[in-house]
Design a protein around this ligand. Structure first.
Ligand code: A3P
Length: 317
């Protein structure tokens, strides 16, 4: 195993030495461009490892997203929905563990279950672009749920998340204007953002039974409706008895920003990978908060890029 690991690192070093390098957003290492998308070297290593080793099973549910688009929320809702016969809103592991510790992340946790999957429940999450997903995910009948959000909110959320992390590590924080410029040019973790969204959008139109495409804003508007859709899509629809008992409502309430962000684990705990404070994953949870951070000119520029990039796709963000 160790020898395999060493060989893998060597070939990884060979691969990354050939890749185009981009801005680092204030981190020590530049982002690397691999098949059209930008990645930090740690995540890229995870992506290549997942591509080589991850074996999807038919019952798997893969939660996909670009960073800072509602991943934490989607993880909680999916986990709570799928485990609802084992736990309720007073016993769920979501009350004592942060959502990222309940649903594993393919790029970081993958090595642990490549041979013994150890997935307590068959749900895992990834930020890998559609075109770079492990082949077994595409070939298997497993389900994919994708969430995206308004790029303006997503950019602000990403910038503030990384700034908080940099502060917590006593690093100098990256400048907002410079980050904005990089984001517009597509140079951000798992960017260009629009390409990430478009790949999943197109695939969801081609394979509607395999990919459920969700928008954070629509989910915020009517979360109960979307949880019902989600449950149906992943093959565990709510029975009429459950609906009468208000089970979907209870799940939505338990997974709400207000509830999760006020739990002790999410207020004061630290994420097992990299020691990020759990609280950083729960900032504000409000659609349209970009207004407090972007000038009207910045917003107009992002909207313009979004319109151009999505034109003809049938998708609006
Ligand atoms: P803000 O930074 O705008 O507050 P991700 O989970 O993909 O990292 O996305 C992060 C965004 O989702 C953050 O947005 C965060 O506050 C919000 N979020 C986290 N948990 C949530 C929840 N339970 N319900 C709604 N939004 C949530």
């Amino acid at each position: 195993e160790k020898e395999n690991g060493d060989l893998f690192s060597k070939s990884f070093q060979d691969i990354i030495s050939t890749l185009p390098k981009g801005n680092s957003w204030g981190f020590p290492d530049p982002l690397l461009q691999y098949h059209g998308f930008w990645h930090s070297s740690v995540f890229l290593q995870g992506i290549l490892s997942a591509q080589q080793q991850f074996q999807a099973q038919p019952a798997d549910i893969i939660l996909c997203s670009a960073p800072k688009t509602g991943t934490t929320w989607l993880k909680s809702l999916t986990y709570a929905t799928i485990t609802r016969t084992s736990y309720d809103d007073s016993t769920s592991p979501l009350l004592s563990k942060m959502p990222h510790d309940v649903v594993p992340f393919m790029e970081l946790d993958h090595a642990h279950f490549s041979t013994h999957r150890h997935l307590g429940i068959p749900v895992l999450a990834t930020h890998i672009p559609y075109s770079a997903l492990p082949k077994s995910v595409i070939d298997s009948v497993c389900k994919i749920v994708y969430i995206c959000s308004d790029p303006k909110d997503s950019f602000v959320s990403l910038y503030l998340f990384l700034s908080k992390y940099q502060k917590s590590q006593n690093m100098q924080t990256f400048n907002l204007d410079e980050a904005f410029e990089q984001f517009c040019q597509g140079v951000c973790c798992y960017g260009p953002y629009w390409d990430h969204v478009l790949e999943f959008w197109t695939a969801s139109l081609e394979h509607p039974d395999k990919i459920l495409f969700l928008k954070y804003e629509e989910m915020s508007d009517d979360t109960i409706l979307y949880v019902q859709r989600l449950a149906e899509f992943i093959g565990c629809p709510f029975s009429s008895e459950e609906e009468e008992k208000g089970v979907p409502e209870k799940i939505v309430k338990m997974c709400s920003f207000e509830n999760l962000s006020n739990l002790e684990v999410n207020k004061n705990g630290k994420h097992r990978v990299g020691g990020t404070e759990n609280a950083h994953y729960f900032r504000k949870g409000k659609v349209g908060d970009w207004e407090n951070w972007l000038t009207p000119e910045m917003a107009a520029r992002l909207d313009q890029i979004t319109m151009q990039k999505l034109s003809g796709s049938g998708l609006t963000l």
